[in-house]
Ligand binder design. Structure first.
Ligand code: C6P
Length: 419
């Protein structure tokens, strides 16, 4: 299927109460204040129902059965691929490869594209903001090939220091691997300018979109990125399914990542030929129910409207900044709300982030604490860990108030304990 239309604005205010009604986890009183969607989101009923329908009425393997329910499963799996392709405005559905998650998508590129294109002396440009998933695969590739990793640093505000780009990019740069949104600071990177500059330098670009595709429109044709990776479980979909988008000419040339069933054209004792993309990269039985669930999640987010989700998160983020700044001894990391997505990382004087999260949990407020799989960034910020609240379409201003009240209680408790 070829898809040419660009996204038009779908902004309309979110009916957050109606949305919350789709998530059984919020049915309790008082409801869970779930502020950890950057780690993994909650699942709405339509997504669970789509997976239930597969298990209850047409469970079977795909791409091989010649009977009705297998054809139905194949059809639904491929429809999910179409929905994902439309979401990111991929020119062709075949450019969407289903993987397990963002991590696997990036590793696929590092092994397959990397083995063909990276040699000793080549350079791979990363940034200080990268999640380990967009760092360790490139370290492994560099160790295998003798390539060098170079880093674009961040400013004190947690923005990428764009002035360094000219120095970091060179004719040796073969790849720029960059996050679209930092999972720690929420920073939205100037991805378009970086892609354009990388292409001018002759390099390819892979975008880690784990924290962007779920939250606002990402258009791969407009960006002109070479690869883009994201996970289903961060966008109301199930765990166990992720996406790699790639330009056709790159995917076509790349060798398989994993070998086995489903990815072949013909097999002889000593040699095989391979199926076309995306099958070439989907060896073995894939996560069928999960891909179908991801398709339902795409429908759900599209119906809510990604522009509306973004505006809603901005409102929550702005409010969270205002409220948290009222608390004495709090440090918020990262740029101003308008330069970031719905993530707020912070710490409080005299209280370890894990204690903050533990105390908030006793108030039914769920946040994440730790290094967020971004240890080099923690080092840069000169902290061991941060507390992090993150927002999604089902969060409310009351959730932010409960975060604020919980933090005040944490502070009172720890001040009393430390006396
Ligand atoms: N971040 C968090 O921040 P997987 O686990 O493969 O679905 O996603 C990995 C990943 C890659 N890039 C970015 C920017 C990410 O934020 C993540 C996942 C989670 O809480 C878990 S560490």
């Amino acid at each position: 299927m070829t898809q040419k239309t660009k996204h038009t604005s779908d902004f309309r205010p979110l009916d957050v109460q109606a949305i919350r009604g789709d998530f059984p986890i919020f049915a309790d009183t008082p409801p869970l204040a779930f502020l950890d969607s950057a780690a993994s989101t909650q699942t709405p009923r339509p997504v669970v129902e789509a997976m239930d329908a597969y298990y209850d009425t047409y469970r079977s393997n795909i791409h091989r059965g010649v009977y009705r329910i297998s054809e139905e499963a194949t059809d639904q799996y491929e429809k999910a691929r179409q929905k994902v392709a439309q979401l990111i405005n991929a020119p062709r559905t075949s450019q969407v490869v289903f993987t397990r998650n963002t991590t696997e998508s990036i590793n696929l590129v590092a092994y397959s594209w990397g083995s063909l294109n990276i040699q000793q002396g080549d350079e791979i440009v990363l940034t200080d903001l990268e999640h380990h998933s967009n760092l360790v695969p490139w370290q492994l590739l560099a160790q295998r090939t003798g390539a060098t990793l170079r880093f674009l640093e961040i400013t004190d505000e947690g923005l990428l220091d764009f002035t360094q780009l000219r120095d970091v990019l060179s004719p040796k740069t073969k790849l720029v691997a960059i996050t679209h949104v930092s999972n720690v600071l929420g920073t939205i990177t100037p991805i378009q300018s970086i892609i354009d500059a990388a292409h001018t330098a002759g390099a390819k670009v892979i975008v880690d979109a784990a924290q962007s595709v779920p939250h606002f429109h990402v258009d791969v044709q407009q960006l002109d990125c070479d690869f883009l990776a994201f996970s289903g479980h961060k966008m109301c979909g199930p765990t166990g399914v992720g996406v790699l988008y790639g330009k056709s000419e790159l995917l076509d040339d790349m060798p398989p990542f994993l070998g086995g069933g489903s990815m072949i054209r013909s097999v002889e004792r000593d040699i095989s030929t391979y199926a076309d993309v995306p099958a070439k990269f989907e060896a073995g039985t894939p996560s069928i129910a999960e891909a179908i669930g991801l398709g339902a999640a795409v429908d759900y987010l599209t119906q809510a409207g990604l522009a509306s989700i973004h505006v809603h998160e901005q409102e929550l983020l702005k409010y969270a900044h205002e409220r948290l700044q009222e608390i004495e001894g709090i440090t918020i990391y990262g740029p101003a709300p308008h330069q970031k997505a719905g993530v707020i990382s912070f710490d409080m004087e005299g209280i370890h982030p894990h204690d903050i999260a533990g105390i908030l949990d006793t108030h039914n407020v769920a946040i994440r604490a730790g290094h967020h799989c971004a240890q080099p960034l923690m080092k840069k910020l000169d902290v061991i860990a941060t507390a992090r609240a993150s927002f999604y379409l089902y969060n409310t201003l009351e959730d932010v108030d409960r975060l604020y009240e919980g933090l005040q209680k944490a502070q009172t408790l720890m001040t009393r304990r430390n006396k």
